[in-house]
Design a protein around this ligand. Structure first.
Ligand code: PLP
Length: 602
């Protein structure tokens, strides 16, 4: 039975009931009911639905699991976490996260000046802020300013020059100095698609020689008292836990050695991010559980502390993918099924048809369950021959149209006759029979990791889930770019329903899109970030909170530095007032497709 792998990827957040995808929380609304409510307000393009309760669940699970391990091992250090802003900086996501994180002292991590400003403004006072990435003196000055606001901020040093800049800012401003962390460059690397952030050739961190030099410099400049943290990050989305154990041992020993050198206030190890989420709808790709992860961290650090006779360090994590991915679902309306153009009522056979077309017609009429496979394959062969005949000028456009219609009808009939119960059987059907679904979204904008690094995301229609999907599906977006496609893949086949869009809606959900996709996405063809909505629950009812519409056309143009007054003046010049008013209405709409069936009434 095809349930789109929901048991593998959904972590109980979504369920299928009565043929509908539902949110498994509170009043358990179906996604389609939420989508309909939003579309009623005339938002017809793609939608990003955010579920803060899922973010909350992840935060709670993270803290509870680590605190349980700490208790189990009678570990003396405590657990702390920050959310890395790079994973999702958008206010609709961040505001609820900060509010929900307050009771845990959940903090923020920033890797750029703009992210730091978000952290300085919105982080719960007293919750940790960690600063990673390459910095200039100005950024370090900003960290000092954050400290003077009362923030609990740690500057994590990536290179010796950053320490020198800290000394300069300290001397020049006389402001109180933030805590200092050292990012270590481990010789052990990570695993998975993003493993290159760890390891000796990684872009980040101090080598052992540099750590010793940094320590000396801190001694000379009286900064040792500010050194509180050792940091490493072995890469996002680790699929196995083994590299983490190695990295923990390596960094644990560095921590202990620095403590033994005299780093009196060094008390924390920040293990970066790396917690994976399950993106696959076909088989599990993450080979550890969160409690295994937490137990390993706690146990390994305890052992090292014992071996070297130092205090057990506080633990920090910076996992963001784990916190945010599941919170966001992208809903894309299906605009068109490619073969819908091949409805039987368009068939216009001649009195005398070319023999191959006559034969297609016979195949169609004579098809039975027994011969369906064979007839379908014959029809595909005939179609290819007919296309060649057309190119050579032997059949005309009407013949070609008839051939296309008949072939598509034969394929549809074969699929329905075969009543294929088993997906292995469906898989055997020719790749040639795939249906192309046109989706109202931009893959470049909304699933950039699919475009850039072939990251898969779970895909599932949000209705029709009690009916068998029979069409092998390729998905097309509305950009004018052939890369804007998720092609049918025999190894990871996607089957969708054969729907008549003149009569019913069909929407696809892309799940686990809350990490990285929002701001990595790009405005190819000037399709901007989709309309987004926070879905919250109050008194057993769904509340649509903070609907943020996708940018209006004029705002998109302004964003890429067009002078919008000039645009209006030029457009206005040769138009009557009446027509210009119509045009102006369009300038104030977003750029996604809106009406494509003019006779279609919701
Ligand atoms: N911390 C640092 C320093 C990172 O570079 C990253 C991302 O690569 C993270 C945290 C977030 O990790 P993840 O994507 O595994 O949540």
């Amino acid at each position: 039975n095809n349930n789109y792998g929901i048991d593998i990827w959904s972590d109980g957040n979504f369920i299928i009931e009565d043929g509908l995808a539902k949110v498994n929380y509170d009043c358990k609304p179906s996604l389609i009911s939420i989508v309909k409510d939003i579309r009623k307000q005339d938002f017809k393009g793609p939608l990003l639905l955010r579920f803060p309760h899922i973010t909350n669940k992840q935060i709670t699970t993270l803290y509870d699991t680590f605190n349980a391990s700490i208790k189990e091992y009678d570990y003396k250090g405590n657990f702390n976490a920050v959310f890395p802003l790079k994973v999702n900086q958008l206010p609709n996501f961040i505001h609820p996260l900060v509010a929900m994180g307050k009771k845990y002292n959940y903090g923020l991590e920033a890797g750029s000046k703009a992210e730091l400003i978000i952290a300085m403004t919105y982080n719960n006072m007293g919750s940790p802020i960690t600063i990673n990435g390459f910095k200039d003196k100005e950024m370090i000055h900003l960290c000092f300013i954050a400290k003077s606001m009362g923030h609990n901020i740690t500057i994590i040093i990536e290179g010796l020059n950053e320490l020198e800049m800290i000394v300069e800012v300290l001397n020049e401003t006389k402001l109180a100095c933030p805590n200092i962390g050292l990012r270590v460059r481990l010789h052990s690397g990570g695993s998975g698609l993003w493993a290159k952030s760890g390891g000796i050739n990684s872009k980040f961190g101090l080598t052992s020689t540099e750590i010793l030099e940094a320590y000396e410099l801190m001694e000379d400049t009286d900064l040792v008292k500010y050194l509180t943290m050792i940091h490493f990050h072995i890469g996002s989305a680790m699929n196995s836990i083994k590299p983490l154990k190695k990295a923990l041992r390596e960094s644990g020993h560095i921590y202990a050695e620095l403590k033994n050198l005299g780093a009196i206030n060094l008390k924390s190890i920040n293990i970066g991010g790396g917690l994976a989420v399950e993106y696959s709808a076909y088989e599990r790709t993450r080979f550890y559980s969160l409690s295994e992860f937490a137990n390993d961290v706690v146990f390994t650090l305890k052992e090292i502390a014992k071996q070297k006779g130092v205090d057990e360090p506080n633990i920090f994590t910076e996992s963001g993918r784990f916190i945010s991915a599941a919170s966001t679902v992208l809903i894309t309306p299906v605009l068109e099924l490619f073969s819908a153009e091949y409805e039987l009522d368009h068939l216009n056979l001649k009195e005398n048809n070319p023999p191959l077309i006559q034969e297609l017609n016979d195949l169609f009429n004579d098809m039975t369950k027994r011969n369906a496979y064979e007839f379908m394959h014959d029809s595909i062969d005939h179609m290819e021959s007919l296309l060649t005949l057309f190119d050579l000028g032997y059949i005309d456009l009407q013949d070609r149209s008839n051939a296309e219609i008949l072939t598509h009808q034969i394929i549809k009939k074969a699929i329905s006759l075969l009543e294929i119960d088993d997906y292995e059987e469906l898989k055997k059907l020719d790749e040639n029979i795939q249906e192309k679904y046109l989706l109202n979204f931009s893959l470049f904008q909304s699933l950039p990791d699919y475009w850039g690094i072939d990251q898969e995301f779970p895909i599932m229609p949000i209705t029709h889930l009690d009916k068998k999907p029979t069409r092998s599906a390729s998905l097309w977006d509305i950009t004018c770019d052939s890369d804007g496609e998720l092609p049918f893949d025999l190894k990871k086949p996607l089957y969708l329903h054969d729907v008549n869009l003149n009569k019913e809606d069909y929407f696809l959900g892309f799940f686990n899109v809350g990490a990285y996709q929002d701001t990595l996405g790009m405005k190819h063809n000037l399709f901007s970030h989709p309309t987004e909505v926070n879905i919250v629950f109050k008194d057993g009812k769904v509340v649509l909170e903070k609907i943020l519409e996708s940018q209006k056309i004029m705002d998109i143009l302004e964003d890429i530095d067009y002078d919008t007054d000039e645009i209006k003046t030029i457009l206005n010049k040769n138009l009557s007032k009446e027509i210009y008013e119509v045009l102006e209405k369009y300038l104030n709409e977003n750029s996604y497709l809106k009406t494509i069936w003019s006779y279609y009434d919701e």
